[in-house]
Write a protein that binds this ligand. Structure first.
Ligand code: A2H
Length: 262
C-alpha cells in the first residue's frame, strides 16, 4: 500500500450472459431485467479501447452487491465497503455499520464466473469479452476485478498468452483468450503494442516471471504516459497525458464508470 491514495477509474462491464455455474446460483436472487456489472479498477482509462477480456482471481470470493433498484455490482467485500464511504450505494437503504452488514445478495467464487460474457465500455470488441482467470489478482487491491488490455499491460499480455496456450488446463475456450489486440498508443521506443514488444524483448515466458514483469510494467507505464500518442477514439492524435483525464471524464459522464479511491 502506498502513502498517497490511488485514484482509480471503476469501469462498469455489463453482464450479457452468465457462465452456467454462476447462472444457477443467481437464479431467483436477482430480479429479471436487473443489470449486473463486473467492476474492474484501472489506472489507465485511456487504454480501455483495447480491452480483450476481464480477469478475476479464481480463488477469490466476490459479492454481488445491490447498488440501486436496478443495478448490482460484482466486487470484493473489501471494495464494496470502501465504496460505501464514497457514495456508490443507495444512501438511505443500504447503510451498514460494518463490512458484514453490506447488502450482498449472494457470493460467487471467481472460478464460477469464468466464461461470463460482459460488454466492456469503449472496447473495439462490441459483441463482448469474457471473464477469465488470473492467478496474480490480489484480493487486497482495487475491486479484485482487473480488466485486460494486452496491448499496454505486460501482465495482461503474458496472462492472455498463457491462457491461450493452456486453455484446456484452465477450463476455458481458447478463442476467449485470443481476441484481436488492437494498437491503442504509439510510442517512440516500443512501437504501438508496447506490452507485446517488451514481453518479447525481455523474453518473458509466463505470468510467473514476476520480477521481469514488474520491470516491463514500469517501462511500459512511463513510456506510454510521458511519450505516448493516442491512435484511437475521440482523442486520437493527442498525447496520452492529455487524453487520459479526458477519457476518464467522458466515461464518468456517460455513466459507464465512476471514481474509486483507496
Ligand atoms: B491497470 P496499482 Cl493497460 N490485483 O489497468 C492485481 N492487479 C490489479 C488489481 C488487483 N487486485 N487491481 C487493479 N490491478 C491492475 C489497465 C492497465 C493497468 C494497463 C497498464 C498498466 C496497468 C489494464 N489492466 O497497471 O498497484 C490494473 O491494471 C500498472 C500500473 O494500484 C490497474 O491498472 O498501481 C493497476 O493494476 C493498479 O495498480
Amino acid at each position: 500500500e502506498g502513502v498517497a491514495p490511488q485514484d482509480y477509474t471503476a469501469l462498469k462491464l455489463k453482464v450479457k450472459e452468465w457462465a452456467s455455474k454462476a447462472a444457477e446460483k443467481i437464479k431467483g436472487k436477482i430480479p429479471e431485467g436487473a443489470n449486473v456489472y463486473f467492476i474492474p479498477a484501472t489506472l489507465r482509462p485511456e487504454t480501455m479501447y483495447g480491452q480483450t477480456c476481464c480477469f478475476v482471481g479464481p480463488k477469490i470470493n466476490y459479492g454481488v452487491f445491490k447498488v440501486s433498484e436496478n443495478e448490482y455490482y460484482v466486487v470484493t467485500k473489501r471494495a464494496a465497503w470502501n465504496m460505501a464511504f464514497q457514495g456508490t450505494f443507495f444512501k438511505s437503504d443500504n447503510f451498514a455499520r460494518n463490512a458484514s452488514e453490506l447488502p450482498a445478495v449472494l457470493e460467487l467464487l471467481g472460478s464460477e464466473v469464468v466464461g461470463t460474457l460482459v460488454i466492456a465500455p469503449l472496447s473495439i470488441h462490441k459483441q463482448g469479452v469474457r471473464i477469465l482467470p488470473m492467478d496474480s489478482v490480489l484480493p487486497s487491491k482495487g475491486t479484485g476485478v482487473v480488466t485486460s488490455v494486452p496491448s499496454d499491460s505486460p501482465d495482461d499480455y503474458a496472462t492472455v498468452t498463457d491462457l491461450a496456450k493452456k486453455a484446456e488446463y484452465y477450463g476455458i475456450r481458447k478463442e476467449w483468450a485470443e481476441l484481436e489486440i488492437p494498437p491503442i498508443i504509439e510510442t517512440p521506443s516500443y512501437g504501438n503494442i508496447t506490452a507485446k514488444f517488451l514481453v518479447e524483448k525481455m523474453k518473458i515466458n509466463s505470468p510467473k516471471d514476476v520480477k521481469q514483469l514488474a520491470e516491463a510494467k514500469d517501462l511500459a507505464y512511463k513510456e506510454g504516459y510521458y511519450k505516448g500518442t493516442m491512435l484511437i477514439g475521440d482523442f486520437k492524435g493527442q498525447p496520452v497525458e492529455v487524453a487520459k483525464p479526458k477519457v476518464r471524464e467522458a466515461l464518468i459522464k456517460s455513466g459507464e464508470a465512476f471514481e474509486y479511491a483507496e
